[in-house]
Ligand binder design. Structure first.
Ligand code: BES
Ligand code: MN
Ligand code: ZN
Length: 467
């Protein structure tokens, strides 16, 4: 899977020398005059993302100079290795400087992700330049890199796979496979068994699809370890249900399991890092479809927690399936519950595509996650669980409505809905994410993406990597 990263060192690999604008001049003073002349002739001034092959004896390439511009200190300055991986000719390369481990890890991650292509359905192999391989920098942490690449690729592949091949069953298969790989377990409760097991809300949303709804329950690590539970929205396709979406709204709804994909990717990172914890991943996997037995506006649903929910809109299905999974997660009283969901268009209106919205009752976690996001260049932004808006979810006939009838604050009201199913929101984080890159950026190709996954991993590693 890690096709363009070599874990072993290779002394014959072509060295890549990352240079900032500031240290290029300094570096040139230690080089033969010919090198400075070569740089000047090619207009290489360490501009960000630019590279220059420097000839050695007999015209062979002796090294690659790689521009970092004015940067070179922040993780974000190293995404450009993703472009370099595509631009360089086939061969084996190594980074010829002692990078700080965090930066070295990021350069390798960018290199791997830069060449990511979702090519499952393409007959022709577009190998471009062939493969430029990078030997893992010596200061990098192989386990961390492997985990990050595995998690990142897994989330992308799951999201990018069209709904026809990524239904509730296939999503469950992916979780089962992941559990197997790390010696965990994965139980899946399917179809009418959901009713017997008291997951009525998941069943109600998912029953209209020819592809049966299910609850995926992955567990890993010692039973008596500290508990961390991840919950992911696994809506494999969101038509909107009877409140059917329009053309534009439905176009990308194969990605409505982006929360599930991201928590599975995060789980892969955590299990690769072998944290001494008890990890649980709960994913309600459904297709929000239209048929004669579809749930309807006006229906009143029972939920696992016992609260009744009036369906104001069948397109607010994510919160309905999540509330059963959250109630189950909460019943075990783990140290922390994190749910991730492509929950609302409103979160995107508020923050755009690139900033997952964070809701939590813990100021400390919110701040830690915010700074982890900055550190890993995987930014998030907190929005408030503004209590007074809870009134917007009042129902005359049930304990709550699944939507507000107003048009404003939709990401907040969705989060407040979920909060009703959690006892102590200081142990809960809700993330409303886009799960997708609309545009190609270095190291972050357009398409599915597990946004906030690395930020969460960094925030959690300060808390959970010790027993
Ligand atoms: N999956 C969508 C939310 C979504 C849409 C996320 C586009 C990212 C991009 C969700 O199930 C949904 O349809 N939400 C509705 C809620 C509304 C009916 C209260 C929305 O946001 O319009
Ligand atoms: Mn919807
Ligand atoms: Zn949805």
């Amino acid at each position: 899977m890690i096709t363009n990263i070599e874990l072993a060192q290779d002394p014959t690999a072509t060295p890549i020398l990352p240079l900032t604008i500031d240290n290029l001049a300094q570096w040139l003073t230690s080089q033969p005059h010919a090198t400075a002349a070569w740089c000047q002739h090619h207009g290489f001034a360490a501009q960000p993302g630019k590279y220059l092959a420097v000839p050695g004896e007999e015209g062979a390439v002796s090294s690659i100079l790689f521009g970092l511009g004015k940067g070179g200190e922040k993780v974000g300055d190293f995404w450009s290795f993703g472009t370099l991986a595509n631009d360089l000719p086939a061969g084996t390369y190594r980074i010829d400087t002692d990078l700080d481990p965090v930066l070295a890890n990021h350069a390798a991650l960018a290199w791997a992700q830069g060449t990511y292509q979702f090519d499952r359905y393409q007959n022709e192999d577009d190998v471009g330049n062939g493969i430029a391989k990078l030997c893992l920098p010596e200061t990098a942490d192989p386990a961390a890199i492997k985990g990050a690449i595995k998690g990142g690729f897994l989330a992308r592949d799951l999201i990018n796979t069209p709904a026809s091949d990524m239904g509730p069953e296939e999503l469950a298969d992916a979780a089962v496979e992941l559990a197997k790989e790390f010696d965990g377990t994965c139980e899946v409760t399917v179809s009418d068994d959901l009713l017997a097991a008291n997951y009525p809300a998941i069943h109600a949303v998912g029953r209209a699809s020819a592809r049966a709804p299910r609850l995926i329950d992955l567990r890993w690590g010692p039973e008596d370890g500290r508990r961390l539970t991840l919950v992911g929205k696994g809506v494999c396709f969101d038509t909107g249900g009877l409140n059917l979406k329009g053309t534009a709204g439905m176009a990308k709804m194969k990605k409505d399991m982006g929360g599930a994909a991201t928590v599975l990717g995060l789980a892969a990172m955590i299990m690769s890092a072998e944290w001494p914890i008890r990890l649980r991943v709960l994913i309600p996997a459904v297709e929000n479809a239209v048929s004669g037995n579809a749930y309807r506006p006006g229906d009143i649903l029972s939920t696992r927690k016992g609260l009744t929910v009036e369906v104001g809109n069948t397109d607010a299905e994510g919160r309905i399936v999540l509330c059963d999974a959250l109630a189950e997660a909460d019943s075990e009283k783990p140290e922390l519950i994190i749910d991730m969901a492509t929950l609302t268009g409103a979160a995107r209106v508020a923050l755009g595509t690139d900033l997952p919205a964070v809701f939590t009752g813990s100021d400390e976690i919110a701040e830690a996650l915010n700074s982890a996001g900055e550190k890993t260049d995987d930014p998030v932004w907190r929005l408030p669980l503004h209590g007074p808006y809870r009134a917007l979810l009042k129902s005359k006939v049930a304990d709550l409505n699944n939507v507000s009838d107003g048009a404003f604050g939709g990401a907040i009201t969705a989060a407040l809905y979920l909060q009703s199913f959690i006892e102590d929101s200081s142990r809960w984080v809700h993330i409303d994410t886009y799960g997708w890159n609309d545009k190609d950026r270095p190291g972050r190709p357009a398409g599915g993406d597990g946004l906030a996954m690395r930020a969460l991993f960094a925030m959690l590693s300060d808390r959970f990597d010790q027993a």
